[in-house]
Design a protein around this ligand. Structure first.
Ligand SMILES: Cc1cc2nc3c(=O)[nH]c(=O)nc-3n(C[C@H](O)[C@H](O)[C@H](O)COP(=O)(O)OP(=O)(O)OC[C@H]3O[C@@H](n4cnc5c(N)ncnc54)[C@H](O)[C@@H]3O)c2cc1C
Length: 320
């Protein structure tokens, strides 16, 4: 077991984690960042990022994340390739276990562990991922303007994504597994009133169809009648929820029913002093790279204020 003590420990290497690192490093706090199993985060799974400000021609996701890493390292961030496997926030300093063996003690911790989109788990979904299959309408809808798409899901997110896509696409097929939606009444009404959204009830995805050009259709099966049918589409959007990567913090941090970490509104402060949550791990609403980066900045500034106040308090006690 090795020991290391840091002022600011950042968990996660997506836009939130690296932005927190840039700010903490430039404040002289010598942050240490653990990348986790997906160095660079979710954007490393996409080719085209067209909505992050500052890239007029768009940017490849993995390239953008390498740039963010370099920027964080330039100011002195120590980037470590490790997975945080446990935490102990019961006392001070905070303790974090990396790869089940190394215990790191930290004066402050910024959690930037993101969230993972849920997929149906069928092979064709993986085959056409990024070639017509997407879990983010706001990110990828633009690529399907003037085309026909399907959205899977029955909750508020599915209703929102369907209405968002209806503004861009010629037609949206909403595939609902049961004979009713879970979405709120108002969201359902919005869907029902949108002329170019067609709801398919009791519809389960049997297979996503396609060729070298990408997705060309979806075969659905009616789970009441067993009847199969094919809908020609070019885009297939999943809206069946996200799982925040926060289970290791459950014992200590307040979370909502899905596992999103609760923060004091207008800040990144959690219920544990010195622990801050940023990015998708604490954001069930926006889940975008720019919002993750924005809260990453907030997390570093909150941590810096916390550390400064703590140092002053310690000096006061020492002086008497
Ligand atoms: C396919 C796809 C395309 C997208 N396209 C766009 C787009 O075009 N524009 C846009 O704005 N947004 C897009 N998004 C959304 C965007 O990627 C996310 O909103 C953003 O990445 C969230 O940033 P984050 O830093 O909070 O978390 P993430 O990017 O999810 O990063 C989380 C990080 O935490 C690490 N981690 C997790 N658990 C641990 C642990 N226990 N220990 C250590 N590290 C851990 C992971 O390894 C990862 O590095 C897309 C998402 C996907 C999936």
């Amino acid at each position: 077991m090795s020991k290391e003590e840091v002022k600011v420990l950042i968990i996660g290497s997506g836009p939130a984690g690296y932005t927190a690192a840039i700010y903490a490093a430039r404040a002289g706090l010598k942050p240490v960042l653990y990348t986790g199993a997906q160095p660079g985060g979710q954007l490393t799974t996409t080719n085209d990022v067209e909505n992050f400000p500052g890239y007029p021609n768009g940017i490849n996701g993995p390239e953008m994340m390498i740039d963010l890493q370099k920027q964080a390292e330039r100011f002195g961030t120590k980037v470590s390739y490790g997975m945080v496997t446990a935490v102990d926030f019961s006392g001070y300093p905070l303790k974090v276990t990396v790869d089940e063996k190394d215990v790191v003690t930290a004066a402050s911790v910024i959690i930037a562990t993101g969230a993972t989109a849920k997929y149906l788990g069928i092979p064709s979904e993986e085959k056409f991922n990024n070639k017509g299959v997407s879990a983010c309408a706001v990110c990828d809808g633009f690529f399907y303007r003037g085309k026909e798409v399907a959205v899977v899901g029955a909750g508020d997110s599915a209703a929102e994504e369907a209405t968002y896509l209806a503004n861009l696409c010629t037609k949206v097929h909403l595939l609902v597994r049961r004979d009713e939606m879970r979405a709120s009444k108002i969201m359902q009404q919005r869907v029902e009133k949108t002329a170019n959204i067609e709801i398919h009830w009791n519809a389960e995805t049997d297979e996503i169809l396609g060729d070298d050009s990408g997705v060309t259709g979806v075969r659905i099966v009616n789970n009441k009648t067993g009847k199969k049918s094919i809908i020609p589409i070019q885009g297939f959007f999943l809206a069946i929820g996200h799982q925040p990567n926060t289970s290791i913090f459950k014992k200590y941090l307040d979370m909502d029913e899905t596992g999103y970490i609760k923060v004091i509104p207008g800040s990144t402060k959690t219920n544990v002093e010195g622990v801050f949550a940023v990015g998708d791990a604490a954001d069930r609403v926006y889940r975008q790279a720019i919002t993750a980066a924005g809260t990453g900045c907030m997390g570093a500034l909150d941590a810096e204020k916390f550390l400064t106040a703590k140092e002053h308090a310690e000096v006061q006690v020492a002086v008497g």
